[in-house]
Design a protein around this ligand. Structure first.
Ligand SMILES: *Cc1c(COP(=O)(O)O)cnc(C)c1O
Length: 386
């Protein structure tokens, strides 16, 4: 396959050329340890400080509030487990049924260790019930963790409003913003968010670097013990090239934020319109009013998402399906199940997630190929009366 049409950016993104250029010297000649006393290491430390400032600028916070981690998953784990450890008398976590596994699996593990987990449901469009959120918060709750934007459907939660509700009860608030950063504007200075997770590889930096934002004054027990790196809050020699790359990616994200919400959004809308017009019996999943500009989750009735993906793959088209083949049984996505998407539609769901590297030609190519693929699979489907 010599060329791919990549529409799986919520899974991971291409590293921007500018980002590669920025990090390259730190993989080659500038290999010093930022903790060293000598100038050779010290210059690396300065570059890390610059990266920290760049991330802080994008988020609208202070550089001292940025903690570099190894990935979004580590940031989520640190936020939740680190908060529980610093409030030993509180044994409850409030979260949602549609979180990424980095939060959901962490919570299920905590449940096995005696913590109480409260998962809030969503409606058919994937919107959160804020009244239910209010009911579930109590004196035993140490932390509430609610994602900013859903990775599968793109649905955006009203995070500032949620943070206000949670903080109003004196409870620590964490948001998994891995899918939101770089796609929608954020300003932590004006929010009540205490902890926020992001991952480099979802915004055109490499894999293996993430951030946990920790608002000044937030109690958080150390999760990774070791050296004095990251102000003693996370031991381990820094992923220097990754951190520098993430700093550059954040700077670029700021510059491209408008394009993301105009050109990329228009491409996504064009794809959506063409699919709805070209394929019978399909529907959009998620909140179409409050949705990430790059994400399109669509269900094709009576057929399997995996089969669609395999046929798209033959055309070099990369997308993703909500269901995962576990132990031989096809499990529809937990997000679509929480939304109450009917069985026959949940199984045939496909997520297209675009980026600034996509073109209109690519969108039109995908929209051209899809109706034929869907038609052929339906001819073979046992669920369709012919
Ligand atoms: C990708 C993703 C993560 C996990 O990030 P990693 O860097 O892959 O560990 C967490 N939350 C959401 C919403 C994601 O999309």
């Amino acid at each position: 396959m010599d060329s791919v049409i990549y529409m799986d950016n919520n899974a991971t993104t291409r590293v921007a050329d500018e980002v590669v250029q920025e990090m390259l010297p730190y993989l080659t000649e500038k290999y010093g340890n930022p903790s060293s006393m000598h100038t050779f290491g010290g210059q690396v430390g300065k570059k890390i400080a610059e990266a920290r400032q760049r991330v802080a600028t994008l988020l609208g916070c202070h550089p001292e509030e940025i903690l570099f981690t190894s990935c979004g998953t580590e940031s989520d784990n640190t936020a939740i487990k680190g908060t529980l450890a610093s409030y030993p008398n509180k044994r409850k976590v409030v979260t949602t049924r549609v979180e990424h596994p980095a939060v959901l699996t962490t919570c299920r593990d905590l449940e096995r260790h005696g913590y109480s987990i409260s998962e809030i449901g969503v409606d058919r469009a994937g919107r959160l019930d804020l009244d239910e959120l209010g009911f579930r918060l109590d004196d035993n709750t140490a932390i509430a963790s609610v994602m900013w934007a859903n990775n599968e459907t793109g649905t955006i939660f009203p995070i500032d409003q949620i943070a206000e509700i949670v903080k109003g009860r004196g409870i620590v608030f964490h948001t998994d913003a891995v899918q939101a950063v770089g796609k929608i504007p954020l300003n932590l200075r004006e929010s009540h968010i205490d902890l926020l997770s992001l991952a480099g590889h979802k915004l055109h930096a490499p894999k293996g670097v993430g951030v946990l934002y920790v608002r000044k004054g937030t109690r958080l027990s150390t999760f990774m013990h070791g050296g004095h790196q990251e102000g003693g809050k996370r031991g381990g020699t820094e992923n220097v090239p990754g951190i520098i790359a993430l700093g550059k990616a954040c700077e670029l994200a700021q510059q491209h934020l408008e394009e993301e919400n105009t050109r990329v959004r228009a491409l996504r809308d064009r794809l959506q319109k063409k699919i709805l017009a070209g394929c019978p019996d399909c529907m959009i999943n998620g909140d179409t009013r409050d949705r990430l500009p790059n994400t399109l989750n669509v269900s094709f009735e009576y057929i399997e998402g995996e089969a669609i993906l395999l046929m798209l793959n033959k055309f070099g088209i990369c997308a993703s399906s909500g269901s995962a083949c576990t132990s031989g049984a096809l499990e529809p996505s937990h997000v679509l199940r929480a939304m109450g998407v009917p069985f026959t539609a949940a199984h045939g769901s496909i997520r297209f997630s675009l980026s600034r590297y996509n073109t209109q030609e690519e969108v039109d190519f995908v929209a051209d190929k899809l109706p034929g693929v869907v038609h052929r699979l339906r001819e073979l489907s046992p669920f369709v009366a012919t």
